[in-house]
Design a protein around this ligand. Sequence first.
Ligand SMILES: Cc1cc2nc3c(=O)[nH]c(=O)nc-3n(C[C@H](O)[C@H](O)[C@H](O)COP(=O)(O)OP(=O)(O)OC[C@H]3O[C@@H](n4cnc5c(N)ncnc54)[C@H](O)[C@@H]3O)c2cc1C
Length: 464
Amino acid sequence: MQHRKADRFVYGYDASIFRGSDVLAIAFPATAEEVAALVRLAAREGLPFVARGAGTGINGGALSQEAALVIELSRMNRILEVDLENRFAVVEPGVVNQDLKRYLQERGFGFNFVPDPGSQVVSTLGGNVGNNAGGMHCLKYGVTSNHIMGLQVVLPDGEIVEVGSKVPDRPGPDLTGLFVGSEGTLGIVTRITARILPLPEAVVTQLVLFPDVNAAARAVSGIMAAGVLPAALELLDRKSMTLVDRAVHIGYPENAGACLIVELDGIRDGMDSDVRRVSEICAAQNALSIQTAETEEESHRLWLSRRAAYGAMARVSANVYICDGSVPRNRLAEAIERVVEICTGHGLDVINLAHAGDGNLHPLIPLDPNDPDARERVIVAGREILEMCVELGGSITGEHGVGVEKQEEMALMFSPEELGAMLTLKFALDPDDRCNPRKIFPLALFPPRTLAAAENRLPRDAVS
Ligand SMILES: Cc1cc2nc3c(=O)[nH]c(=O)nc-3n(C[C@H](O)[C@H](O)[C@H](O)COP(=O)(O)OP(=O)(O)OC[C@H]3O[C@@H](n4cnc5c(N)ncnc54)[C@H](O)[C@@H]3O)c2cc1C
């Protein structure tokens, strides 16, 4: 357990632009039993606690809203079992997403754990489950909840329970689904049974340039309406292309106002006709050029423009606010136009990326962390973007979750009765709201705090 001031300070941050309360101490358990002992200690002392993976969440979910014990799961990073016949892997929550993918590929298993958030090189399976993470390939394969078969969870009273199973179609309510996406507010996940899928026989990546976002968005709708289901369909606007070009020198022509990265995968038979169909649809929307990767190396190069985008932001701004909302895919062009209007109205720059197939917008708004006025304007613009998403029939989150960032915006999507029902569930498992407290739901819906000030309540003999 760490409790030096500097250690505690850094755990007050994650990848969001928010700052948590000071943490009391950080514990690094190695087993589910140690997690349970920590949770029981917290229960005995009336302390809030927060589960933490790699801290790459963008909604402030791993930040504590009040002085709390952080339970950091990076030591629980073992891959416990791989069963190819039944297509699952059992892992601990601290396993890094890409480490599981590598393990399955490098050992020649020919299998993959599909969810691939942009943070996959560092984010953990526990965090992926917590936030129900998405990624570039969730258009075809679904988000994390579609790939989790069972969980071991330490409940807020310290009891260790198992939900789901290693076989599909278990009867009764979907308790696994209840925990996936609950952002660590219902318990701490200590073991994960994850679905694994064979790698596709063939993969074709295309980079298509368009004169503007409208044409690219129409191509997205056209592809989906034609019954072709790409594995990935990513959109970059002109500003993203310029940003990426400066960093990794793709060489986009001046007249390209937007681009799509289209990836098709599956069995080899029939792949050519899907590629042709996508090319025809893009051409009909005035595509300026269509480049199809001939080799794996070329495919990596085409993907670079998307994968390098977050890193490239560091060249232009000390910090960035990554907004996450979704709209019906046929409203994508309109939504991006309104994002630009909203940001311009607040005197802010904006760069638009989108998991376009899912209608999932990711406007990136550069931010000077030392300018409180700019920060406020960014937060207001973020709220207006989410309001616009809901107005267009979408959602306040495409994949990043709610955390502290969007808890008030939950009221845009759910009635007081619906929010009340969700909170009833939360309090059934965590009556004192100590498990990642005061998250996800509007703050006014939480009863006034009854816990005594936690700062001085961590017994010194528990800290070693
Ligand atoms: C550059 C970048 C790109 C990103 N791209 C994507 C993307 O494409 N798609 C996407 O969905 N997200 C993306 N994210 C957001 C983030 O990386 C994901 O949500 C990721 O799943 C978080 O994992 P983590 O290990 O960092 O979790 P953390 O940030 O540590 O925690 C996330 C949440 O899960 C809870 N939690 C963590 N571990 C557990 C556990 N064992 N049991 C219960 N709850 C737990 C935490 O309390 C918190 O609420 C991106 C982030 C960055 C910085």
